[in-house]
Design a protein around this ligand. Structure first.
Ligand SMILES: Cc1cc2nc3c(=O)[nH]c(=O)nc-3n(C[C@H](O)[C@H](O)[C@H](O)COP(=O)(O)O)c2cc1C
Length: 219
């Protein structure tokens, strides 16, 4: 066989391996989303009088679980953001990677989200939850910040992630939140670990309790 044939075979093997990884990722994501859906149901805040809102985007259910947990602990009102471009499956994953990458170069390249705006006037504190995509909070939470104002509010960004996020991306989102009127900003995050050796959902919730809500975390 010629060198060209060997190169073509090697290329085909790389493509098949990459597709295999993507298929494995989407299979794990779909399984996680199914398992997490019914876990820790949220009971709406008492008499809708809460002064805290929890607004989140989640693709495979982990940030959603964290958001329900936070909302229940704080007796907060819970709002989910939907972003149809990023549904579970290979197409949604490809979109997510493409848009997360584009956002780094073009801060205006934002996806459609539902709802686009939420009346935040009843709230003193707004928690904003998102997974990390390509080291940055995912595009839907940037879109939410773009379309809403946080005048005089304390904003807490919270992220679930597998391994790494970029401090520069958190600082950029903080600047955007502050430019949209926030009084103050905090960042909370929970490291789940790389696929195949991740925290279980209960371990993630325990980490959130210890790292975000213990007296030591809030001296
Ligand atoms: C497109 C994409 C990109 C990701 N990039 C990162 C990353 O840069 N760093 C990281 O630690 N995790 C990354 N992850 C993993 C997610 O942040 C992590 O699994 C998160 O908990 C998923 O939250 P969700 O279940 O609420 O969607 C990425 C996941 C996806 C789908």
């Amino acid at each position: 066989m010629s060198l060209m044939h060997w190169l073509l075979i090697a290329l085909a093997l790389v493509v098949v391996a990459a597709l295999g990884v993507l298929l494995a990722v989407t299979w794990i994501e779909s399984r996680q989303a199914r398992e997490l859906e019914g876990k820790k149901p949220y009971t709406p805040a008492t008499a809708n009088a809460s002064r805290t809102a929890v607004v989140y985007f989640s693709r495979s259910g982990n940030t959603a679980l964290a958001a329900r947990h936070v909302a229940q602990r704080l007796d907060a009102q819970l709002f989910s953001l939907e972003a149809p471009d990023y549904q579970l499956g290979l197409g949604g994953l490809a979109h997510a990677l493409k848009d997360a990458n584009a956002l780094k170069e073009k801060p205006g390249a934002l996806p459609d989200i539902t709802p686009r705006t939420i009346d935040l006037t009843p709230f003193d504190t707004v928690w904003l939850g998102s997974p990390v995509w390509l080291y940055s909070p995912a595009p839907p939470i940037w879109a939410f910040v773009e379309h809403n104002r946080f005048d005089g509010r304390h904003v807490v960004l919270f992220n679930t992630f597998n391994s790494h996020f970029g401090d520069d991306r958190i600082a950029a989102l903080q600047a955007k939140v502050m430019a949209r009127g926030a009084r103050s900003f905090e960042h909370r995050h929970v490291l789940r670990g790389r696929m195949m050796r991740q925290l279980t959902p209960d371990e993630m919730l325990r980490a959130i309790d210890d790292e975000w809500f213990s007296p030591q975390a809030n001296p």
